[in-house]
Design a protein around this ligand. Structure first.
Ligand SMILES: Cc1cc2nc3c(=O)[nH]c(=O)nc-3n(C[C@H](O)[C@H](O)[C@H](O)COP(=O)(O)OP(=O)(O)OC[C@H]3O[C@@H](n4cnc5c(N)ncnc54)[C@H](O)[C@@H]3O)c2cc1C
Length: 330
C-alpha cells in the first residue's frame, strides 16, 4: 500500500494538509481542513480511518459536498473524502457469490477491470461510495435499466446518497439498494443486506456507519423510455430549482403532511415571505424558497444566520419548526 508523507504525519493514502474545502462543496462555502485524506479504494479508506483514530482524531466523511455547510476558517482534525473512490462494475454472477451480499464477494471487481458495462440478465451494479449520482443515472440510462431515474439532477456521491437516502418525488436511492458495505463505528467492515436496514425519508438510518459501497439492483426497461424519463425529470428540476447556482440543495426537510397541511418546506418559506431574504452574499432563492444560494463570497456565518431567520419566520407564521436537511459541520 502506498504511503504518502506530508508534514509530520504519514497516512496510508494520498493526504493534503490544510486543504481548501469550499471548492469541494456545491455551496462553495467553507475554510480549510487540517488534514484531507483521499483514499482510492475502500480498503484504503478503512486504513485511513483507522490511522486517524489511532492518532486521536474522529474523522469526518466528505462525499460530493452537495448537502453540506462547512465552517469558515480551519476545521481541526481529519476529513476523509470519497472523491477518488468512483469505481462502478458488474458483480460476480449470483451463482458464484452464494446468493447474497453477506459474503461480500460482489465487492471484489471481476478482472479485467475495464470490462464494458453491457446489458445482461443480471441487472445489478456494484459501485464504490465515490461514484457520483449523475454518473449512475447516466450509466443506468445508457443500459436501459430503470430505478435510478428519480435521482436525475441530484449531485453528490453514492455514499452520501445512501447515507441521506437522497431522492425526490420520482424515487429515492434506497429504492434500488440491495445491500451495502459499511465501516461500522466500532471499526469493523460489514455487509448489510437491504432487509437489515431501515432507511427513512432523507436518512439512510445507518447508525453512524460509513458507506464504502453498495450493490444496486435495477429493472430492465426500454432504453428510449428510461432516456425520456431522465430528460423529463431533468427539465422539471431545472424549471423549479436554481440548479446552475451554488447551493446545498434543500436546506430543510419537508415537514410531515399532517403538521403542514401538505405544504412543502419551500411553500411554507414562500408563504412566510422569506424568499429573497439575504445575509451578505447568501440569499434565499427567488426560484425555490428551500434553497439558499451563494452569490459569490457568502460565509458560513451568513448562511447560518439566514437559516435561523427563515426557521423563525416559518415558526412565527405557521407554528412549524423546520428541521435541517443540510448537514452543518462545526
Ligand atoms: C442543486 C442541488 C439539487 C439537489 N437536489 C436534491 C434532491 O432532489 N434530492 C435530495 O435528496 N438531495 C438533493 N440535493 C442534496 C444532495 O445532492 C444529496 O443530499 C446528496 O445525497 C449528498 O451527497 P454527497 O455525496 O454530496 O454528500 P455530502 O454533502 O458530502 O455529505 C452529506 C452527509 O453525508 C455524510 N456522508 C458523505 N459520504 C458518506 C458515506 N460514504 N458514508 C456515510 N456518510 C457519508 C457526510 O458526512 C454528511 O453528513 C441537491 C443538492 C444540490 C446542490
Amino acid at each position: 500500500m502506498r504511503v504518502e508523507v506530508s508534514a509530520a504525519l504519514t497516512w496510508p493514502c494520498a493526504a493534503l494538509r490544510e486543504a481548501d474545502l469550499a471548492a469541494r462543496t456545491t455551496l462553495r462555502v467553507g475554510g480549510r481542513a487540517e488534514w484531507l485524506l483521499e483514499p482510492a479504494h475502500p480498503d484504503e479508506f478503512v486504513a485511513a480511518w483507522n490511522a486517524a483514530r489511532e492518532r486521536g482524531f474522529e474523522p469526518r466523511v466528505l462525499g460530493g459536498g452537495a448537502n453540506l455547510l462547512l465552517p469558515d476558517g480551519l476545521l481541526a482534525g481529519v476529513v476523509i473524502t470519497t472523491e477518488r473512490m468512483g469505481r462502478v462494475f458488474r458483480p460476480r454472477p449470483e451463482s458464484d457469490s452464494d446468493g447474497g451480499v453477506h459474503e461480500g464477494a460482489e465487492f471484489a471487481p471481476l478482472l479485467p477491470a475495464l470490462v464494458p458495462l453491457e446489458r445482461g440478465e443480471d441487472t445489478r451494479l456494484v459501485a464504490w461510495a465515490g461514484c457520483t449520482l449523475p454518473a449512475l443515472v447516466r450509466i443506468t440510462r445508457d443500459l436501459g435499466w430503470s430505478g435510478f431515474e428519480g435521482l436525475a439532477g441530484v449531485p453528490g456521491h453514492l455514499g452520501g446518497g445512501v447515507a441521506m437516502n437522497a431522492g425526490g418525488r420520482y424515487g429515492a436511492t434506497w429504492d434500488v439498494v440491495e445491500g451495502v458495505r459499511v465501516l461500522a463505528p466500532d471499526g469493523s467492515v460489514r455487509q448489510l443486506a437491504r432487509a437489515q436496514c431501515a432507511p427513512r425519508y432523507r436518512d439512510g438510518n445507518l447508525g453512524g456507519a460509513i458507506v464504502l459501497g453498495a450493490v444496486l439492483r435495477l429493472r430492465v426497461d426500454e432504453r428510449a423510455a428510461v432516456k425520456e424519463r431522465v430528460a423529463t425529470f431533468l427539465r422539471e428540476k431545472s424549471a423549479a430549482q436554481p440548479v446552475s447556482e451554488h447551493s446545498c440543495g434543500c436546506v430543510f426537510k419537508n415537514p410531515e403532511r399532517e403538521r403542514s397541511g401538505g405544504r412543502t418546506a419551500g411553500q411554507l418559506i414562500e408563504a412566510a415571505g422569506a424568499k429573497g431574504l439575504a445575509r451578505g452574499d447568501a440569499i434565499v432563492s427567488e426560484k425555490h424558497g428551500n434553497f439558499i444560494v451563494n452569490r459569490g463570497r457568502a460565509r458560513a456565518a451568513d448562511v447560518l444566520a439566514l437559516i435561523d431567520e427563515v426557521r423563525a419566520r416559518v415558526a412565527d407564521r405557521f407554528g412549524i419548526e423546520l428541521e435541517n436537511e443540510v448537514k452543518v459541520w462545526r
